[in-house]
Design a protein around this ligand. Sequence first.
Ligand SMILES: Cc1ncc(COP(=O)(O)O)c(C=O)c1O
Length: 397
Amino acid sequence: MSEQKDIEDATEHAEMQPDTLLAHAGRKPQEFHGFVNPPLVRASTVLFPDVESMQGRGDSRYSYGLTNTPTIEALTGAVDTLEMSAGTVLVPSGLAAVTVPVLAFAEPGTRLLVPDNVYWPTRRFCDESLNGLGVETVYYDPLTGAGISDLFAAERTILFLEAPGSQTFEMPDLVTMVAAARAANVITMIDNTWATPLIYRPIEHGIDISIQAGTKYLAGHSDLLIGTVSASEAAWPRLKQFHRNIGVQAGTEEIWLTLRGLRTLGVRLERHEKSALEVARWLSGKPGVCRVLHPALSSCPGHEYWQRDFGRSTGLFAFELDGSADQAKALLDALQLFGLGYSWGGFESLAVLAELGARRTACPWTGGPVIRLHIGLEDTGDLMADLDRGFAAMQSV
Ligand SMILES: Cc1ncc(COP(=O)(O)O)c(C=O)c1O
């Protein structure tokens, strides 16, 4: 049998297209008797042949189930290939993928800069848990661009980014903000869940930490929670050490299912993108819709940065209703295909009424009710018919 080749080294295979990487990354068939997929290895204990190798466990590939198994290694290797990162750690949720790197790099006296449109539980973590540790959070207007430098503290600063922001989808000027941070020695982290590394590879653009709520597109089937945190060469030692010290790891089954989801990420995203754009453009002309907040449409603040930095989109966007909150509720309650549920990134379409009120402080939301949609893999005609049902119900309020 000819030797099976692995795609392990991200640098070496950078020229390969994402769909090819998705099909091969993290697989080592020759290590597992030729089986295409890596095994699901549930493990705490690893046995050593003698005391000497036990004492030298720091040098072994596997020493305890918390730090590495063939299953963990398969996913971290695949994510490193996609992210072009020096190293990746896995955590049990997307929220933990936010909190773990922040905790790893924050010290008492650190100023953490967070966009006002950040995923709300990230904000809750900052306000309710971080402030007790002597970390000051300052919320900034996501469209501030070069103005971010004015917020850098004399001492340690971490710049947290999310692109586009949650619920209202403003797209930040990543190029300007990251350049300013680098010039001032500010650590940068981005929640890149919306774009995935297929559309934007943060580390290639000078960002230190790339965060994925793998729960969404990587896994893609609404059946698990997982987070990935990938680091640049400079940030990797500190992230790796903190992850080992804090004792969190994703569940084995979740890791294995995420690997399975990854294989179809490319084709799923293509379909999410196409269908979401079709529904978004259709909504743009609808009576009852003020504005569609989709970074690929010029009606979305920061659209020009999306065009420059991403150029592609996924399935999640929102629209602002020309109506009351009660009408928004009536619209949502009438939907039959769209599920009313949190999360997104799965095969099925979802809708939520955005909660913006007290959740914005740097640039409060002054518009009408906002409905967020995740466009799944269903037929778009059926989805638009479902939304039409909602618009009809809204008229009767
Ligand atoms: C942008 C963003 N980041 C992180 C998360 C957290 O992911 P998880 O639900 O896996 O904790 C979410 C969840 O909705 C999200 O929308």
